[in-house]
Design a protein around this ligand. Structure first.
Ligand code: MGD
Ligand code: MGD
Ligand code: MO
Length: 771
């Protein structure tokens, strides 16, 4: 263990529950760091996730209709403080620094400069961002876009912008002439959006908040609730108090999945009382989940075979299976035929452990399965998600109270962006309706995913990138190669709140357009505006800004999209960009005309205390799949990395990239990860002592990690300190985005193209110690 700049030891285990005093201390610290520990800061936190307040800018977990006084969590409070900060990255700041110089700054330092205040354009002579008038910026961007082939332009969205802005964004792209609408979802739950329609006929999960009151067993696969969706800890805690079992599969023992103290409960805060979250905690190998779930299914099917033989009550829900599913026989055969030896090898778990989880599953009356990036960011992520559905089908655990599948989404409106038409898949967009409403012929060809957009920049076919939020080049795989290619990009336009590395890596023309954040009051011609969002359970909510804008030179995202659109497109009497920006309820009217089933009466319903749900056929046991039934998907293998060379069977190192509680994606609030006991640095590799010894290394030593692949391209990240940590054999954890240069662009889910950030084969070599 070594001392670090923060004065703490690099590795101090975190013995406390999540929630509790630790959370309160962290929240206070960040309010101080951002100079907003004031009446304004406190008022903002109290308005978070209230029906008359704003939807949190952190995660997309469901909002309760009966909120606590302080309906925020540590992560949400940090995200709010980060947005309402009193720090400014203004024209004076950019006058002092060339972009080349800023490239040497860390993610934390760059965003730590504060909110952007003025529109900027890169000036080649001085290598600086210089102020430009809004009208001039729009005119120049419009002129540049008009010269380009629309198919060579990418319109990315990062998952935070409202339904209103997102609707305008997809319409702009289509009026311009492309479906190149990748979303952060392409790096995240795209796996879900591809897997679930095949299995259950809807692209989203089937549970709602009230289901937590009816469930008696929850499975967690690869989702870190304590850090990434902490508001869910409250319903989980309630469920635990009722005796609900919670079974977790995660290669890391995450404190937030182990125990919780509720800051809303004075008794818990003053006594050492805390709720145990997981009643069983299993640490499979990364990528081993399909094998785990096959083990559970095999146990269930064997128990049912025995019951049938002995004349006992059946274990399978025969009625559900017969009435509602397709493909059960093939799946049962495969489960019976899969040897425990294969399951144990691929999962890294013992048969006994899997059978223990299966025993609880078989007893439970209503089961929820929650999952996150630990399942989706794999070469076989779609298979992982479909295995969860298979398991649920066996006992009819879908489409009834307290049971179902729940992908826990990331960005606060990422699911909504897809619902409102931001998609590169034309078959998912309401093209005929758009054609009818706006009198134009929308493009019908497939657009680019995130991975394909990067490929396009690498091969030169993509000429322009427009980003509605996000930190694209930092979030994507293969950072070094992508950044190198990005430097030849003819046009880049970034709509953002804070500076980040993606704004610095550019080609000929680069514009940085600062927007209002969601927490800020958005004043337009008809008065103060509100926006709407869809949460992870498919429920829509309204959101109103609460604080004065960071600068009076900012425009709303909707106004910026309209500004670009008007400067780029020929006038269309059916598209009233100015009228829409003047009154967002008119955008919602258009959303309701385009998608009546989802947004009917949205202007009223978005203010219901519980919000309002979009229809979900699978919840009602209606199956919009190809077979017309809930469809079992029988896997043909269980490997995590079917095409990666095994250099050393059983000892091959698989790197999985993780998030700390001190970050929101590429936004790094602090260098500490207190839950995992990592302080003052993010350049670490968490490895178990057996592997450290096997590789002839020592705790604290600095290594270079290199990707093992057969594409002939060298990829490595140096300066990584080895830290002894409880992870399964052969699994090594490192932080995202620092480790992204190690992920080959082609290393993605084979169907959904979600980058496989959770299992990257690597090798290690010791780095020479500097003299
Ligand atoms: N505070 C905070 N909140 C966030 C974010 C953030 O960065 N910070 N990001 C937001 C976004 S965009 C998203 S998508 C979500 C992400 O939230 P999560 O879905 O929780 O994603 P991760 O933190 O990347 O990984 C989740 C867990 O998967 C485990 N894991 C890794 N590989 C495997 C595997 O092969 N199998 C299993 N079973 N587990 C595995 C890791 O140990 C980790 O605990 O959170 C959102 N909320
Ligand atoms: N190795 C690895 N890579 C990953 C992942 C992983 O687990 N491992 N996770 C993936 C996942 S799940 C995701 S979702 C992506 C995230 O990818 P992105 O969504 O592209 O990245 P973020 O870091 O969320 O974007 C942060 C930036 O968004 C801007 N921003 C913040 N708020 C606003 C706003 O209100 N409006 C606008 N216009 N801009 C705003 C700020 O300028 C900030 O710097 O990364 C993916 N990459
Ligand atoms: Mo995400």
């Amino acid at each position: 263990m070594s001392a670090t700049t923060s004065g703490k030891k690099m590795s101090d285990p975190y013995p406390h529950p999540s929630g509790g005093w630790g959370s309160i201390r962290e929240v206070t610290e960040i309010l101080v760091q951002e100079n907003v520990l004031s009446a304004k800061g406190i008022k903002v936190l109290l308005k978070q996730n209230k029906s008359d307040g704003f939807a949190c800018v952190s995660c997309s977990w469901a909002k309760s209709g009966k909120p606590h006084v302080a309906e925020f969590c540590e992560s949400g409070a940090k995200a709010s403080a980060w947005e309402i900060t009193s720090k400014r990255a203004d024209a004076a700041f950019f006058a002092q620094h060339t972009l080349t110089e800023l490239e040497s700054w860390s993610d934390h330092e760059l965003e730590g400069t504060g909110r952007l205040t003025e529109p900027m354009k890169w000036d080649a002579a001085s290598d600086r961002y210089l102020p430009i008038a809004w009208t001039q910026a729009f005119a120049e961007i419009g002129a540049a876009l008009r010269k380009l082939d629309p198919k060579s332009v990418v319109c990315y969205a990062s998952g935070r912008a409202s339904l209103e802005t997102s609707y305008m964004w997809q319409l702009f792209a289509r009026l311009y002439g492309n479906n190149n609408l990748p979303d952060s979802s392409n790096m995240c739950h795209e796996t879900t959006s591809v897997a679930l329609p095949q299995s259950i006929g809807v692209p989203i999960g089937t549970i709602r908040l009230e289901d937590f009151e009816h469930t008696d067993c929850i499975f967690f696969f690869g989702q870190n609730v304590g850090t990434n969706s902490p508001r869910m800890l409250h319903p989980l805690q309630e469920a635990r108090k009722r005796g609900c079992e919670i079974i977790t599969f995660n290669p890391i023992r995450e404190p937030g999945l182990i125990s919780f103290a509720n800051p809303q409960s004075p008794l818990e805060m003053l006594t050492p009382k805390q709720t145990t979250i997981s009643t069983q905690y299993h640490q499979p190998r990364v990528g081993g989940d399909s094998a785990v779930v096959m083990g559970i299914c095999k146990t269930v099917i064997a128990a049912d075979d025995a019951a049938l033989r002995d004349g006992d009550a059946r274990i399978l829900d025969i009625e559900f299976i017969e009435q509602h599913t397709h493909g059960v026989e093939a799946f049962k055969q495969a489960a019976r035929a899969t040897a425990w030896e294969v399951i144990e090898r691929e999962s890294g778990l013992k048969r006994e452990a899997i059978e223990r989880a299966a025993a609880v599953y078989m007893k439970a009356k209503a089961v929820i399965v929650l999952y996150g990036m630990g399942l989706t960011q794999h070469r076989k992520g779609v298979r992982n998600v479909q295995m969860l559905c298979n398991m649920l089908f066996l006992r009819g655990n879908i489409g009834r109270p307290g049971a179902g599948v729940s992908p826990v989404r990331g960005h606060s409106n990422v699911q909504g962006q897809r619902t409102v038409g931001i998609t590169e898949k034309p078959e998912l967009a309401p093209l005929d309706k758009l054609a009818e409403l706006f009198h134009f012929e929308p493009p019908r060809d497939k657009g680019l995913t995130t991975v394909e957009a990067c490929e396009g920049v690498l091969d030169g076919s993509v000429k322009a990138f427009l980003g509605l939020g996000g930190n694209f080049t930092r979030a994507v795989p293969d950072t070094d190669r992508v950044e190198a290619a990005w430097r030849s990009l003819p046009l880049m336009v970034q709509i953002a709140t804070k500076p980040n590395r993606s704004h610095l890596i550019h080609g000929e023309l680069a514009y940085l357009l600062p927007c209002l954040g969601r927490i800020e009051i958005d004043r337009q011609a008809s008065g103060e505006q509100a926006v709407s969002m869809e949460d992870s359970t498919g429920v829509m909510h309204g959101s109103r800004g609460q604080v004065e804008p960071a600068a009076d030179t900012l425009l709303s995202e909707a106004a910026i999209v309209a500004g670009i659109a008007k400067a780029t497109l020929d006038p269309n009497p059916h598209v009233d960009w100015d009228g829409w920006v003047g009154n967002y309820s008119r955008i919602r009217d258009m959303m309701a005309l385009t998608f009546p089933e989802n947004y009917k009466d949205i202007n009223t319903r978005m203010w219901f205390p519980d919000g309002f749900p979009r229809p979900n056929a699978a919840r009602e046991r209606k199956w919009k799949t190809k077979t017309g039934k809930a469809t079992f998907a029988t896997p043909d293998s269980f490997e995590a990395n079917p095409d990666m060379p095994e250099t050393e069977p059983g000892r091959n190192l698989q790197l999985f990239t993780i998030r700390s509680d001190g970050q929101f994606n590429t936004t790094v609030y602090t260098m500490d990860d207190r839950f995992r006991g990592v302080y003052g640095t993010r350049k670490v590799l968490l490895m178990n002592p057996r592997d450290i010894a096997h590789w002839g290394l020592n705790d604290g030593e600095v290594v270079k990690a290199s990707t093992i692949s057969h594409d002939g391209i060298a990829r490595s990240v140096g300066g990584l300190k080895i830290m002894s940590f409880d992870v399964p054999d052969g699994c090594v954890a490192g932080y995202y985005p620092e480790c992204n240069p190690l992920i080959p662009l082609w290393h993605h889910d084979d169907q959904a193209k979600t980058p496989a950030s959770k299992s990257i084969p690597i090798s290690l070599e010791r780095e020479p110690v500097a003299a």
